[in-house]
Design a protein around this ligand. Structure first.
Ligand code: ATP
Length: 337
């Protein structure tokens, strides 16, 4: 479907929108506090982007600018090719925003609440009836259709929050801390829901402090610290920034000494950082490409070693975050000027 915001879009058809969200030198100053220091961000269409950072990092500020609720002090931002600074009204139809705190509307049933937001987005009554049922189904929340909003549990409210963002069928969802305060089951359910939304083509930005759970659902992550983007890329790329040298664990039924000898023959001596043996397990750390790892595996098999495990050890996202941020407001590997 072509965008209805003709006159202020940079890309003409949705099919052409590769970069769905873009900011250039985005800066936000609240009095003396600089919440964003010239943020440059690009998020491709159809991805789930984890926007990670501690309290006060600038996540909410970015999200509110992207949905046209807050004007930046300087810099530029586009959503779906629409300039959010010059055309905030146009942007609102393109994005669904879930704030970190959902205001409970007293005395309103769930379907009425969604119907109310549908009306606010200009949907006609008949269209709204169908849409409310559709988004409740999509959010796995059909059973709570007639519940009063104020009686919902926290997890149900978060689901309703996501359903609300979908009511006008936006291309982009901006979800501020959607997993905050959820129990483990509700978090898993939220991940499943986000995955479903990705499958139907939504571009999703999720801000969160809870790092490990994002690794499994996000295509890309950006780490923020005090208004600066200190790392950005796929989860793997960010993890590689912490450990550029790959760590492999190799287990075999063969003599570990003989396996270690083959590894030394296959990898030049100056390549290996570390080769250690823990009973039957060998741990080898070296700077390697995917091809070199594949060659090592096939070399070991060709040498006749009976391998039972050959795996890479990767750091988790929490470790990466701690390593890439300094905690003093200045990332050690800042990508910003
Ligand atoms: P949290 O995870 O706690 O929500 P955040 O990463 O979303 O944090 P922001 O809410 O964007 O961070 O805040 C970034 C900085 O801007 C903080 O120092 C905050 O105190 C400040 N700030 C945010 N909103 C305002 C405001 N309306 N007036 C003054 N300062 C503000």
């Amino acid at each position: 479907m072509p965008p209805r915001v003709v006159g202020c879009v940079r890309a003409v058809r949705w099919g052409n929108v590769r970069v769905m969200i873009e900011t250039k030198s985005l800066r936000k100053q609240y009095g003396d506090v600089c919440a964003l220091h010239g943020l440059d961000l690009q998020i491709d269409s159809g991805v789930i982007f984890g926007y990670v950072g501690p309290n006060g990092a600038g996540k909410t500020t970015t999200i509110r600018i992207l949905c046209g609720l807050l004007a930046p002090t300087s810099g530029e931002a586009w959503v779906g090719g629409v300039d959010v600074v010059r055309h905030p009204d146009a942007v609102r139809s393109l994005v669904g925003y879930m704030p970190d705190f959902l205001v409970p509307y007293e005395g309103m049933r769930v379907w009425e609440y969604l119907d109310f937001f549908g009306a606010a987005y200009g949907l006609r009554r008949r269209e709204r009836r169908q849409r409310v049922d559709d988004v409740l189904d999509l959010a796995g929340a059909a059973a709570m259709r007639d519940y009063y909003v104020e009686t919902l549990s926290h997890g149900m409210r978060q689901r309703l929050g996501v359903a609300r963002t979908l009511v006008h069928d936006p291309r982009v969802l901006l979800l501020d801390e959607p997993t905050n305060g959820l129990d483990p089951r509700a978090r898993v359910e939220m991940r499943v829901l986000l995955d479903r939304l990705r499958q139907i083509g939504k571009t999703i930005v999720i801000s969160s402090h809870i790092l490990p759970e994002l690794a499994s659902v996000c295509d890309r992550v950006g780490f923020m610290e005090q208004g600066r983007l200190v790392a950005c890329g796929t989860v793997r790329e960010v993890q590689r920034q912490v450990h550029p040298h790959r760590l492999l664990e190799i287990e075999s039924l063969s003599d570990p000494g003989a396996v270690a000898e083959t590894i030394r023959q296959l990898l030049p001596g100056d390549k290996i950082d570390r080769l250690e043996r823990i009973e039957n397990l060998l741990r080898v750390q070296f700077e390697a490409t995917e091809e070199e790892i594949a060659r090592l595996l096939s070399g070991l098999v060709q040498a006749g070693h009976a391998l039972v495990a050959f795996r890479e050890v990767v750091s988790d996202l929490e470790e990466a975050f701690l390593a890439l941020t300094s905690g003093d407001g200045f990332g050690r590997r800042s990508t910003e000027p």
